[in-house]
Design a protein around this ligand. Structure first.
Ligand code: NAD
Length: 455
């Protein structure tokens, strides 16, 4: 199937490469010439596990462009552009509208690709997009038969290809059966699991394919927001209890494990830490609050999830303050800049707020991340921090280390040797990656989140 994807960011690029791997003819279109020329040269603009292998085997099925010319010959157009927050919290649909206007401007009435919103957009956007396209076409004297569907994306950065090839569910929000059929055809290899699994991403044991749920566009749009708000709430819930566990000298890791054994609760997203980051949870929670408000309605659980997360982010600073006594002049090493492991994405990473707070207090900051240093430096030009070459370089001379991203390689590092390189021995584990007893034995003054203060 001929597919064009508008936007070659985290969602567009991974979706495009996965669809090309499955045998579709994919055109990846991005307005940013730097992104397109890097992709044409074969260098990937984002880090995602499996990208090199999939890109290599799918290469003959993908082309890259900045141009909308010829877009009318696509069977499906997936819109995967950013929907950043406005200061009001509402989703800014400027990029979506711009893409839609360009699509409509290049349609001539001979062929109508199905236009699909993959971007996270407020309920009602599919019908807004349809009106926009129809009005532009009417202006050219064309009575349009264009169809607009919603197909929200649920991939997680860090496991994007795993999620693309072996998803839990595919949600298709279309206004009629024939549009749904087109999208079923697009996802058929995934639905039937009829493709040969890539060597780097074998089919998970017992996986029998996704649940396909066809509904209308409005429901599909709301499913995405309700899902993200629920996950954000689940993280905030366990973080709220982590604070109480600490006061009681209980251990939130054991508490979460015990809770997760109940299949009604489940063990996912019950990991206490410094709070969520990334470009989606906060943005989407605020956007759906805004939508509710427009209808005179409130979503107090979603509101509380945001407030708990904001409080959680401040926790690390108070832990550093109480264990170092004085912050000005101290050297603090930040372990992890990506908002989660497996990605180089630093958007809304907890590291940013913490670093700026500590710098304001007069600390000297060193940072290290195995994947995200280049991105972080680009996004924060001139930030007065030292970028360390590795963990040893980071630990050298530090009064405290603060772990913010739970990369697997951090878990397996030689912490005994790293401890010897430090000036003092404070370790704040913002992701509860380590066993407090082990860190105590290695000579660290260890603080997790919601863990027993002294073991
Ligand atoms: P991104 O910022 O990484 O990528 C967006 C890309 O779109 C950029 O490369 C930009 O240059 C391009 N673009 C913007 N306007 C364009 C236009 N008019 N024409 C062509 N290209 C254009 O964004 P992302 O993280 O991939 O997110 C895209 C959407 O998917 C958002 O709505 C987001 O909320 C949603 N989403 C993201 C994730 C995630 O994990 N990143 C997961 C699910 C859903």
């Amino acid at each position: 199937m001929q597919v064009t994807i508008i936007g070659s960011g985290y969602v567009g690029l991974t979706t495009g490469v996965a669809l090309a791997y499955l045998g579709h003819q994919v055109t990846l279109l991005d307005k940013n010439p730097a992104v397109v020329s890097a992709l044409v040269k074969g260098s990937c603009t984002i880090y995602e596990y499996g990208m090199d292998e999939l890109m290599q085997s799918a290469r003959h099925n993908i082309s890259f462009t900045t141009s909308f010319a010829g877009i009318g010959s696509s069977r499906v157009i997936l819109i995967a552009v950013g929907t950043p927050p406005k200061s009001s919290g509402d989703a800014d649909l400027g990029f979506v509208e711009n893409a839609v206007a360009q699509i409509a401007g290049h349609l001539d009435g001979t062929n109508y690709p199905v236009i699909v919103n993959k971007s996270t957009v407020p309920p009602g956007t599919a019908s807004r997009v349809k009106t926009l396209v129809n009005n532009i076409l009417l202006g050219k004297g064309i009575y349009s038969g264009v169809k607009v569907a919603s197909n929200p994306e649920f991939l997680r950065e860090g496991t994007a290809f795993l999620d693309a090839l072996y998803p839990d569910r595919i949600i298709i929000g279309a206004e009629d059966r024939s549009t749904t059929e087109v999208l079923i055809e697009l996802y058929n290899p995934i639905i039937k699991q009829s493709f040969t699994a890539p060597a780097c991403l074998p089919r998970p044991k017992g996986y029998a394919g996704p649940v396909l749920f066809a509904t209308n566009p409005l429901n599909a749009e709301l499913i995405k927001y309700a899902s993200n708000a629920f996950l954000a709430m689940k993280i905030s819930f366990i973080n709220e209890f982590a604070g109480l566990a600490e006061l009681l000298n209980a251990d939130i890791v054991d508490v979460a494990y015990g809770m997760g054994l109940d299949s009604r609760i489940g063990d996912k997203f019950l990991r206490a830490g410094v709070g969520w980051g990334g470009s989606c949870f906060g943005k989407d929670a605020r956007a759906i609050l805004y939508t509710a408000q427009k209808y005179g309605y409130s979503l107090p659980l979603v509101q509380a999830a945001i407030e708990v997360n904001d409080r959680q982010k401040k926790l690390v600073t108070s832990k550093i303050r109480s264990s170092l006594k004085t912050i000005p002049g101290s050297t603090i090493g930040i372990i992890g800049l990506a908002f989660k492991p497996g990605t180089d994405d630093c958007r809304e990473t907890p590291a940013t707020d913490l670093i700026s707070e500590l710098l304001n207090m007069g600390a000297f900051i060193k940072v290290y991340d195995p994947m995200a240093m280049e991105n972080y430096q680009k996004q924060n030009p001139g930030l007065p921090v030292e970028y360390a070459a590795d963990l040893a370089d980071l630990a050298a001379g530090c009064d405290a280390l603060v772990l913010l991203t739970e990369w697997e390689q951090f878990k397996n590092a030689d912490w005994q040797s790293l401890r010897q390189l430090m000036k003092k021995n404070v370790f704040i584990d913002g992701r509860n990656l380590f066993d407090p007893r082990v860190m105590d034995e290695l000579g660290f003054v260890y603080h997790g989140v919601g863990r027993r203060v002294r073991v």
